[in-house]
Structure formats: structure tokens, C-alpha cells
Design a protein around this ligand. Structure first.
Ligand SMILES: *[C@@H]1O[C@H](CO)[C@@H](O)[C@H](O)[C@H]1NC(C)=O
Ligand SMILES: *[C@@H]1O[C@H](CO)[C@@H](O)[C@H](O)[C@H]1NC(C)=O
Ligand SMILES: *[C@@H]1O[C@H](CO)[C@@H](O)[C@H](O)[C@H]1NC(C)=O
Length: 503
């Protein structure tokens, strides 16, 4: 499904503009729910459909509370997480009783009104009724099953496809969107890769929405295409994301993506501290509206924030950035420096240490040179910082091409620990400017401070010539700051497939 269809565009257009001017909203209330999923027991053999439904209803009971609470506070739409209704501990066989046949939204179906129309679909019925009874759009992630046969050479041996699927029910309970996750993450052995990438978007009185799922955020298809080609205002993003420091923590990464792509992003993560799953938020192009990160408790959390329905039309809409302009223009310095190798999430970076309290450094790998100018309030002897660069194909748990510049605190003063996770920092940066000679326009700028605190937009900015730099007056205990670039032209055909998987 690609947007609404107008069979007779001319005659409908006049009517549409009238309806539009009456009902269009300039802002809306967005809600996301970080859900501590009640997991089924691990089994070798599939449970009965009844037991599967029992477990799913336990999760929907929790989501129902969140939906009611959100609706009471005026929310127009709520996003719930990927795997939020049954969890992630499955094989292909054991997830089967949890799946339902999810029809194409073109069939125009309100499951709450007509529950039998597509067979036994109790989960869709319940979600539809929740949306209708609370007059709120609901985004959920469930499993779709689609029969196939020998005429289809790719049909799995058990005679059906199984897809990780997002569904959206509008405030009348109608199924308005269905999206099959295209870029499965390597461990998702319970699901099949869809043949083609689906671009899913739909119109509402509060803007145009697109959707995709978790690992898709690294992709060109569908993530970039939905934003750049379909022109959506907001992205609905269920995720089951485990934080991998220093560069892939949910809140800094997702907010950086929204900033770089210049869209609203409604990101709902699952919550499970032993899996490092936490970090949900509502992000506008110019600022983080609200976020939640909690490694202390095992509870879920509802977040609400007001967003602009069409951020492109607002004066606050950020200008586009030419990511290599500044770095290409400066004479890159390499004052007496010794580079050393280091690893971040299986990628071999080249680092150089920041040796003094002020300086200019450049460090290069392949086609990418990263440039840093900085001033610290003092150079502490008990902390080490490094400027790092990576230009290469990431090959573990998916293959995707990266160009990254990062300024980070090393775990200890032993430079071998640069790139390993670290929690706190005492060094204050009075000034810094990080830039790189990127060969891509897709660069996600992020910054975290001591205590893994997300840095506020008050403290730093991204200039149009591609510098991530402190605002004057800032004195920041920087933990990590990064320009995380994706070079889609150098990707293998699909992110999730190919050698180098962990499982
Ligand atoms: C998992 O197994 C335990 C022990 O048999 C049982 O008490 C519990 O209810 C089961 N949990 C689920 C979600 O089925
Ligand atoms: C978190 O996930 C792990 C791994 O799937 C599971 O064993 C554990 O029980 C979960 N924790 C909670 C509180 O559900
Ligand atoms: C760093 O470069 C800037 C110009 O880009 C220059 O003004 C400054 O003096 C340099 N600082 C150091 C410590 O080399």
C-alpha cells in the first residue's frame, strides 16, 4: 500500500480540499509505550493455539491499560513495540500458533465489526476494538502467515510464509496499514524475508505516516525511501532493540536518525534490562520531545508528547546539511600523532589520542578523514580520549557499509580500551567541532554525556557545513559524540542476508 488511492482524482480533489481544511490538525499528541513483554516459556514443541492466545492476551491486557491512559490524555496515536505481544524466544515452528492471516488493508476491514471475515483472527479483533473504543490509532507488531505452494519456488517446505508484521488500526478500528519487516535481524530465524521491500504510508488528519521496524532503520529500502520518496511527516517505529555501547544505544541513535532524516519518529522499544532492551522516545526533526531509558526497573512506561503534524511546513524545520563541506575545506592537520587500531562493535577503527588540553586532529581510513578541533578545561591524567574513524563494510549480524567519525572517552587510560563501553566522564569540553569528508548525505549525528545522558540540543548544534559542534558557553562531560554515516551504494543486496551472521 502506498498512500491513499484516488480512483478519480479530478472529481475528488475539490471535496478532499474541503474535508482537509475542516479536519486537518497542525499538531497532534503522540504516544509510545515501552513494554516489558511477558514472555512465553521456551519450548521445543509448539504450544496449542489456545495457550498462545492466552499469552498474547496477557500482553494485550497491559497494552490496553496504556492505550486507555494515552487516550484519556488526548493522544491521537500510540505505538507499541516489536515482538510486544509474544516476545522473541521462538523457532519457526514454535511461533506458528501465534500467527494470524493479516489481509491487505485494501479490503477495507474493521475487525471489531466483522471479526469472522478472514477466519480466526482474535488478536486483530481485539486491537481493532481497542482502537475503536478509545478513538485512537494503534500501531502494533504481530505475526502474519501466508500460505504458498509448489508453484512458488521460494515457498518454504512447510507451505507458508511467516512475517514479522506491523499493523495500524485507525480510530474507527479499521486496518489501515500492514508492513512486513524487510530487513530481518540475523537471529530472527522464526520469520521469512519478504520477497520485495514494501513501502507503506497512509494519510491522517494529522499528517502522513510511514512505518518500518527495528533493524530497518539502517536501511535505504524501506527507511530512506519512505521518508525521501513518499515524503512522510512522521515514522511509526516498533523496535526490540538491545543497546550496544558506545554507538548503538536506542535513544541517541534513533533521535539522530530523526534529526538527519528530518522527520518525526515515534520509537517504541521493548523493555528487558537483562537483554539491555530499553530506550523509547518521541523525536521531532529539531529536538527530542521526550524519551525514556531505564536499566533500574522491570516496568513498562507510557510517553506522550505533542508533535507538529507537518514539520516541513514549519519555520523550525532544519536546513539540509552538506556533510563534507567543512572537512573538505580545511587543511587537515596531523600534528605529531601516533595512530592505533581499536574495535567498536566488530569494526576496526583507527584512533588517535587527544594528548593536550587543546588541539586539532585528523585521522583517516580509506576515503574518510575525520577532523576534530577541541578545547578541554583541563587535560586529566586519569582519563583518555580518542578521535576514531571507520570506513568499511560492517559484517556481523548483517552487512552494511559505514563511514563513522567519533570522539569518545576510552574505558581506561589504557588505549587498548578505546571503543569499549564506559559510563562516566569528568573531563569537560569547553569547545569542540567534529566533521568528516563523508561520501554520503546520510549521516546521523549523536552525542551522549557522562552517565549516558543524552546531550540537549541547547548544548550543541549541527551546522549546515557538516560540523557537530558545541554551542558557546557549553562545558560538557562528553562520553561519546559521533557522526554515523551510511553509504548505501556500497551495501550488499539486503542488510540481513549474507555471510558473517552470529547465528
Ligand atoms: C511457564 O512455566 C511455569 C512453570 O511450569 C508456569 O508456572 C508459568 O505459568 C508458565 N508461563 C507461561 C507464560 O506459560
Ligand atoms: C528478559 O529476556 C530474557 C531472554 O529472552 C529472559 O530470559 C528473561 O526472563 C527476560 N526478563 C524478564 C523480566 O522478562
Ligand atoms: C586549530 O586550527 C585552528 C584553525 O582551524 C587554529 O586557529 C588553531 O590555532 C589550531 N589550534 C591548535 C592548537 O593547533
Amino acid at each position: 500500500m502506498i498512500g491513499p488511492r484516488f480512483p478519480n482524482y479530478g472529481s475528488l480533489f475539490a471535496l478532499w480540499s474541503v474535508v482537509w481544511s475542516v479536519s486537518a490538525l497542525d499538531t497532534f499528541i503522540a504516544a509510545v509505550y515501552e513494554h516489558a513483554v511477558i514472555l512465553p516459556n521456551r519450548t521445543e514443541t509448539p504450544v496449542s493455539k489456545e495457550d498462545a492466545l492466552l499469552l498474547m492476551n496477557k500482553n494485550i491486557d497491559v497494552l490496553e491499560n496504556a492505550v486507555q491512559l494515552a487516550a484519556k490524555q488526548g493522544a491521537h496515536i500510540i505505538v507499541t513495540p516489536e515482538d510486544g505481544i509474544y516476545g522473541w524466544v521462538f523457532t519457526r515452528e514454535t511461533i506458528y500458533p501465534y500467527l494470524e492471516d493479516i489481509p491487505d488493508p485494501e479490503v477495507n476491514w474493521i475487525p471489531c465489526r466483522d471479526p469472522q471475515r478472514f477466519g480466526h483472527t482474535p488478536v486483530q479483533e481485539r486491537l481493532s476494538c481497542l482502537a475503536k473504543d478509545n478513538s485512537i490509532y494503534i500501531v502494533a507488531n504481530i505475526g502474519d502467515k501466508k500460505p504458498c505452494n509448489a508453484h512458488d519456488p521460494q515457498c518454504p517446505a512447510d507451505g507458508h510464509y511467516q512475517h514479522n508484521t506491523n499493523v495500524v488500526f485507525d480510530s474507527e478500528g479499521k486496518l489501515v496499514a500492514r508492513y512486513h519487516k524487510y530487513n530481518l535481524f540475523a537471529p530472527e530465524i522464526q520469520f521469512d524475508f519478504p520477497k520485495d521491500s514494501e513501502l507503506v504510508a497512509f494519510e491522517t488528519p494529522f499528517g502522513k505516516f510511514g512505518l518500518f521496524t527495528c533493524f530497518d532503520i539502517f536501511s535505504h529500502d524501506p527507511a530512506v525511501v519512505v521518508v525521501d520518496d513518499l515524503g512522510v511527516d512522521s515514522v511509526l517505529y516498533p523496535a526490540a532493540w538491545y543497546n550496544t555501547l558506545p554507538l548503538l544505544s536506542a535513544v541517541p541513535f534513533h533521535s539522530a536518525w530523526a534529526r538527519a532524516m528530518r522527520v518525526n519518529l515515534l520509537a517504541a522499544n521493548t523493555h528487558n534490562t537483562s537483554m539491555h532492551m530499553t530506550g523509547s522516545g518521541i523525536y521531532a526533526p529539531e529536538a527530542v520531545r521526550v524519551f525514556h531509558y531505564d536499566m533500574e526497573t522491570e516496568s513498562g512506561q507510557l510517553l506522550l508528547a505533542e508533535l507538529r503534524a507537518r514539520p516541513r511546513l514549519e519555520p523550525t524545520f532544519p536546513a539540509s546539511v552538506d556533510w563534507s563541506a567543512y572537512a573538505q575545506s580545511v587543511k587537515l592537520s596531523s600534528c605529531e600523532q601516533s595512530n592505533f587500531p581499536g574495535m567498536i562493535y566488530f569494526d576496526k577503527f583507527t584512533f588517535t589520542e587527544l594528548k593536550k588540553d587543546t588541539g586539532n586532529y585528523t585521522v583517516c581510513q580509506k576515503d574518510l578523514c575525520c577532523h576534530l578541533t577541541y578545547r578541554m578545561s583541563e587535560k586529566r591524567m586519569d582519563e583518555a580520549y580518542a578521535l576514531g574513524v571507520f570506513d568499511g563494510l560492517h559484517t556481523v549480524e548483517g552487512q552494511y557499509y559505514l563511514q563513522i567519525c567519533t570522539l569518545l572517552k576510552c574505558q581506561t587510560t589504557d588505549l587498548k580500551t578505546c571503543g569499549e563501553p564506559v559510563g562516566s566522564a569528568f573531563t569537560k569540553f569547553e569547545e569542540f567541532s567534529l566533521s568528516g569528508t563523508f561520501g554520503t548525505s546520510y549521516v546521523f549525528p549523536q552525542m551522549a554525556l557522562s552517565g549516558s545522558q543524552l546531550a540537549s540540543e541547547r548544548h550543541y548544534e549541527v551546522s549546515r557545513d557538516g560540523r557537530l559542534r558545541s554551542r558557546s558557553g557549553a562545558s560538557l562531560p562528553v562520553l561519546v559524540s559521533a557522526l554515523y554515516g551510511r553509504v548505501f551504494e556500497k551495501d550488499p543486496p539486503r542488510l540481513g542476508q549474507g555471510p558473517g551472521k552470529l547465528q
